[in-house]
Design a protein around this ligand. Structure first.
Ligand code: FAD
Length: 300
């Protein structure tokens, strides 16, 4: 950490990017520009989220299928258990398999009614572990699941939360991607707890470059992520200064990644919010450079 800024990076970091399905034509254009900006960096995969209650089922499918068809990046589809029977979810998964999608991010999801607890749908998958087991029976998908460095709000404690993670991995997931967090120490503590629990699967930190501090505060409160005081101070007075805010955001996210890298982390998952520049800049600082398609194939 005392080395000059990013002088210790060796170009050995690997990244993945998360997008959400676009709602409008304009948003679709922004998404595709972002995919085109980020794909030369040779991500391990890009994933597309699934809206609450399956509300984005068609849009998620269309976006993932297009990435699978029109780019050489492995595409991953998020899938949740919310408000659907097992048969309906299996049908969505079969459609993905038929479209050439081989990677699913398997999630429980949340209640579509804000402030109410998730209820297992009648005839549905009761949680992410059950979904993973169901997907395993269908096809040899690569499966990623969610992990919570600051404990999921529905978990009684950190031990129960780790037990739940273990169930998902034992059911057939090969990697966990974490909820976003704001301090590297939060991830390191979690990594130690995961190892102590006997879990040796890959735990990839989810990095959320902050576009809008107020909305990150709201999201953090909902998912139990602590927002440190110093972060509020750094965004003070920047509400009407988007360019300055962007520089501050990039600095904070880059510093988080620098600390993670110094602590041995080599895989990073970026919540891009469909905007490429911040994630691109951070990858650049991490020593990742655009690769030709041939080099990308070699790296894969
Ligand atoms: P699970 O792992 O099934 O469980 C959540 C909690 O419930 C656990 O902590 C566990 O303690 C408890 N629990 C589960 N089963 C049991 C049981 N049998 N007994 C006791 N306790 C139990 N949401 C979306 O809607 N769409 C997305 O695309 C999306 N993508 C995400 C991507 C990532 C990387 C992450 C981290 C989250 C994402 N989410 C998404 C949010 C996610 O759906 C919520 O965090 C949700 O509340 C939990 O989902 P899960 O898969 O972690 O659930």
């Amino acid at each position: 950490l005392d080395a000059p800024l990013f002088a210790d990076v060796a170009g050995d970091a690997r990244v993945s990017f998360e997008f959400f399905p676009p709602k409008t034509q304009k948003m679709e254009e922004t998404l595709w520009e972002s995919v085109q900006t980020l794909s030369p960096l040779g991500p391990r995969f890009v994933s597309v989220t699934y809206g609450a209650g399956g509300t984005t089922r068609e849009r998620t499918h269309a976006t993932v299928a297009r990435i699978a068809r029109d780019t050489d990046i492995p595409a991953a589809a998020h899938l949740t258990c919310v408000e659907a029977t097992r048969e309906e979810i299996d049908a969505v998964a079969n459609d993905y398999w038929d479209a050439g999608v081989r990677h699913i991010v398997a999630l429980r999801g949340d209640s579509p009614v804000a402030g109410t607890k998730f209820q297992s749908p009648v005839g549905g998958y009761e949680n992410a572990a059950a979904l993973v087991a169901g997907l395993r029976k269908l096809h040899p998908f690569e499966i990623s699941v969610a992990a919570y460095p600051e404990c999921h709000p529905d978990s009684p404690d950190a031990v129960a939360d780790l037990d739940n993670l273990k169930r998902k991995l034992d059911a057939g997931a090969s990697r966990a991607i974490t909820q976003f967090f704001h301090e590297a120490e939060t991830f390191f503590r979690y990594r130690d707890a995961v190892a102590k629990a006997g879990i040796d699967a890959e735990i990839v930190p989810g990095i959320m470059p902050i576009m809008n501090f107020a909305s990150v505060q709201r999201m953090s409160a909902m998912c139990g992520t602590v927002v440190p005081d110093w972060m509020g101070t750094l965004f003070e007075g920047l509400d009407d200064r988007p360019a300055a805010r962007q520089l501050v955001s990039a600095t904070i996210a880059a510093e988080l990644c620098r600390r993670l890298y110094a602590g041995g982390v080599r895989d990073f998952h970026f919540y891009t919010l469909n905007r490429a520049e911040l994630s691109f800049a951070i990858c650049h600082l991490l020593g990742i450079r655009a690769k030709t398609p041939a080099l990308r194939e070699q790296a894969a």
